[in-house]
Structures are given as structure tokens and as C-alpha cells.
Design a binder for this molecule. Structure first.
Ligand SMILES: Nc1ncnc2c1ncn2[C@@H]1O[C@H](COP(=O)(O)OP(=O)(O)OP(=O)(O)O)[C@@H](O)[C@H]1O
Length: 261
């Protein structure tokens, strides 16, 4: 489903934290939400997930999200928050199974379809081997993957993931991006915030660059992640290379220290 974010504004603590952001994401696309700390990425995502009041309009296909109730929203949008807190001493499989709750009436046992979705989500996030472990006893990165599996198990048309790769080892960062890519290839709409420029450049179809709560630029990675923009938005210089998989971008210094760019 096409996600249309139109002229969105969010005020927090009396301050406009996001203002005038418009963005459209087509099904099948992975859009990377980038920008410095405090740019408003999480705020925009939380508004999208129905956790913050906003002005403007958000629509999923023909549906205005303002008119969608909590239960229906959970069947449309899965949201993976930046803060990875597991509150309950549940087994990993039982925690991932919570992702199926929007789809089944309270108290009804998991169906074969639910179990297949749970198995698939755990495999995609490489947590199958952890299924019987207590989730709160896992490492930080393992817990992050379990929470991501819960969001994937929700099988919503839209996935909103706030820094899902942070804290993951290199292999699991790639696993995570492959999973997002696969979900998009299946027709889902994916919005993912990232700080890793190479992951963003290689795995996202488009980059939306936020700065001070506003959209500074949006478009294909190659046109957005220019030296000038990285200097302007992040204040960094970056080493740039290409291979068959696309662009490789490694931040190397703060702008000015070596006289570049
Ligand atoms: N409850 C709040 N009250 C007031 N200001 C807030 C509140 N929550 C967040 N902010 C401010 O909103 C701005 C945007 O925060 P947000 O978490 O959306 O940034 P971000 O782009 O996700 O950053 P990061 O990369 O660090 O995760 C920040 O300046 C932050 O201080």
C-alpha cells in the first residue's frame, strides 16, 4: 500500500520537532530515513505508528490514518522502536508470537498461519536457535533481533523500523537489511531509519534526509549522499567507493579538519 505523508508537523514540549515533512513511499520500496541525532526521525516514525499526535495528513492507500483505530493500525503498520526494551520474562518464541495478536481474537490459540508467520520471522532475523531461551537473558543484539522478528511476524503492509541495525554485528546488520529488502520485494512498504551510510546507500531505494525536523532532500542514494550533503547535514567527510553491490561510504573526518570538502 502506498504510504503518503503529507505536510506533517509534530510539536513536543512546546517546540516544533518535525515540520512540513511530505514523503510518499510506494509498495515494494525501502526508504531510508537519515539525518543527524535530534533531526526528528524517531518523532516522525512514532507519529506514523500512532504514538504521537501530529498535524497534517498520513494516508495508507485510500485510508486516512487519522481515522484508523489502534487495532486496525496494528494490522496495517508494524513499528519497531529505537529503544529495545523487553519487559517480560518470555521465551523468545512466545515474544515473537505477540506479533500475531492483532490478527487473532483474544484468547484464541495460534493458527497454523500464525505459527508459519512466527517461524518465518524468526528465521529471517536468525533467532530460531534462540526460540526456547528467555528473551530478557539474551545479549543486546540478540534482543534487538527478537523484537525485529516480532514486528516481522505482524505481517503488515507497512514496516517502520527505527535504527534496526544499530547494535548488531556486521553479519546481522546485513541479515537485517536483506530481510527488509525481501519484505519490500514481497510488496510491503518499508521506512527504516539508519545512521550507517553504507547500509543506507546499498539497501535503500530512496533516502529521505531529515535536518532540524524538515526534509532536507529525498531521492536515490547516489544523488542524495553526495560529499556536499554529507558535509552540510552531518559535518563529515567520507571515503567513497563502488563495487557490484553499490556505493560504499565510510565517514573519515569532521569537515574542516583536513580542509575538505
Ligand atoms: N518528549 C519530548 N519533549 C521535548 N522534546 C523532545 C521530546 N522527545 C524528543 N524531543 C526532541 O525532539 C528532537 C527530535 O528527536 P528524535 O528522537 O525524533 O530525533 P532522531 O532524529 O530520532 O535522533 P537520533 O538519531 O538521536 O535517534 C530532539 O531535539 C529531541 O530533543
Amino acid at each position: 500500500m502506498r504510504l503518503a505523508i503529507d505536510d506533517i508537523g509534530v510539536v513536543l514540549g512546546g517546540r516544533p520537532v518535525v515540520s512540513g515533512v511530505s514523503l510518499a513511499i510506494e509498495p515494494g520500496r525501502v526508504v531510508g530515513l537519515l539525518g543527524p541525532n535530534g533531526a526528528g526521525k524517531s518523532t516522525l516514525m512514532r507519529a506514523l505508528a500512532g504514538q504521537l499526535p501530529f498535524i497534517g495528513r498520513m494516508a495508507l492507500g485510500p485510508q486516512d490514518l487519522a481515522t484508523v483505530g489502534t487495532a486496525e493500525r496494528a494490522r496495517l503498520i508494524a513499528y519497531l522502536p529505537q529503544t529495545r526494551t523487553i519487559g517480560w520474562r518470555l521465551k523468545v518464541r512466545d515474544l515473537v508470537a505477540l506479533g500475531r495478536l492483532p490478527w487473532r481474537p483474544f484468547g484464541r490459540p495460534a493458527s497454523a498461519g500464525d505459527r508459519a508467520a512466527i517461524d518465518r520471522a524468526m528465521a529471517m532475523m536468525d533467532v530460531t536457535a534462540l526460540a526456547e531461551r528467555i528473551a530478557t537473558e539474551l545479549s543486546g543484539g540478540e534482543q534487538a533481533r527478537v523484537l525485529a522478528a516480532r514486528a516481522v511476524a505482524q505481517e503488515t503492509p507497512v514496516l517502520v523500523a527505527d535504527e534496526p541495525a544499530s547494535g548488531l554485528d556486521p553479519a546481522h546488520q546485513i541479515t537485517m537489511m536483506q530481510a527488509l529488502r525481501r519484505l519490500a520485494d514481497e510488496g510491503r512498504t518499508v521506512l527504516v531509519s539508519l545512521h550507517d551510510l553504507t547500509l543506507a546507500a546499498r539497501w535503500c531505494d530512496e533516502i529521505a534526509m531529515l535536518m532540524d525536523g524538515a526534509l532536507a532532500a529525498a531521492g536515490p542514494p547516489e544523488t542524495i549522499l553526495t560529499d556536499a550533503r554529507l558535509a552540510d547535514v552531518y559535518g563529515v567527510t567520507a571515503h567513497r567507493a563502488h563495487d557490484a553491490g553499490g556505493l560504499i561510504l565510510a565517514p573519515v573526518d569532521l569537515v574542516g579538519r583536513d580542509g575538505r570538502p
